[in-house]
Design a protein around this ligand. Structure first.
Ligand code: AMP
Length: 279
């Protein structure tokens, strides 16, 4: 695996790949890699000829400075995992390589209601930061296909919108959520959970499963949301939201006949976890 730290070197290397007719798959990450990330790499390797992975903890997408400072960094292990997974090139930039003009006064993207709903409402500025870094990464890599996890459901929608805004022909491929045996969605932030919190964390999956069962029986949306919220609160979570939403718009839905997605964001201590399930 090639390790490249500078954008100019990456662009040059990728131009050569393209000139040899190789299709390019891209998996952007913030490191602290786990099997969820590796699943994206496996899917990229099946669908494209050259797989690029990036590791960059993007300062502009953290609305909580403590979350940024405490974001887990396990770079040596990440490199081993990426080598085993057969990644062709790891792009590992420093902040000035991505933001040569600094991180103040950056352009704003019109994300419509995605910015005021759910994650948009609870993490102001977060998706603008995601767009800042994704635009820079996408313009450097110019991948044929971009592989992102459905674990970050709304983020996939935001990046889809960004691709439209910047007019790149890249195809976004949303990939399934990889879970631990007890149902907890894998996440780099899980490393920060205490043993007790880790046991409790599976309640999010239980709450989503309950919603799904109830939804399929035709139970009322409000009741499903209330009971999932109570279940989480009883276990000590501080709930940001439990929502049953239209999969295309993320606006709340009321009837159980339409397709829907249930989404949850909740804190255990200072660690914020998100998850979702199509119903
Ligand atoms: P992150 O490093 O958390 O920014 O995630 C990088 C990519 O991995 C994003 O596209 C995430 O949606 C995806 N990802 C994170 N966790 C999982 C998971 N449990 N299953 C599938 N994809 C995931």
């Amino acid at each position: 695996m090639l390790l490249i730290k500078r954008k100019a070197d990456l662009v040059q290397w990728l131009d050569k790949q393209r000139s040899e007719g190789r299709s390019i798959g891209f998996v952007p990450t913030m490191g602290a890699l786990h099997a969820g990330h590796i699943s994206l790499i496996d899917i990229s390797k099946k669908g494209t000829e050259t797989t690029v992975c990036s590791i960059f903890v993007n300062p502009t997408q953290f609305n909580d400075p403590k979350d940024f400072q405490k974001y887990p960094i396990t770079i040596e292990n990440d490199i081993l995992l990426l080598e085993q997974a057969g990644v062709d090139v790891l792009y590992l930039p420093e902040v000035p390589d991505i933001y040569p003009d600094g991180i103040k006064d950056l352009e704003k993207y019109d994300l419509g209601s995605l910015e005021s709903l759910l994650e948009g409402a609870f993490r102001p500025g977060h998706f603008q930061g995601v767009c800042q870094v994704m635009r820079r990464l996408l313009e450097a890599v110019r991948p044929d296909q971009l592989f992102m996890g459905q674990k970050d459901y709304q983020q996939c929608m935001v990046v889809h919108r960004l691709l439209e805004i910047i007019g790149l022909p890249t195809r976004l491929v949303p990939c399934p959520i990889v879970r631990e045996k007890d149902g907890l969605a894998m996440s780099s932030r899980n490393m920060r959970l205490s043993e007790d919190q880790r046991r409790t964390a599976t309640t999010i999956h239980q709450a989503l499963t309950r919603i799904k069962e109830g939804w399929q029986k035709g139970e009322k949306t409000d009741r499903l949301i209330k009971s999932a919220t109570s279940l989480l609160e009883e276990k000590g979570f501080r709930v940001d939201y439990v929502s049953i939403a239209d999969p295309m718009t993320l606006e709340p839905v009321q009837r159980s006949e339409v397709p829907a997605v249930a989404l949850v964001a909740a804190f255990l201590g200072e660690i914020r976890l998100i998850d979702n399930m199509t119903l």
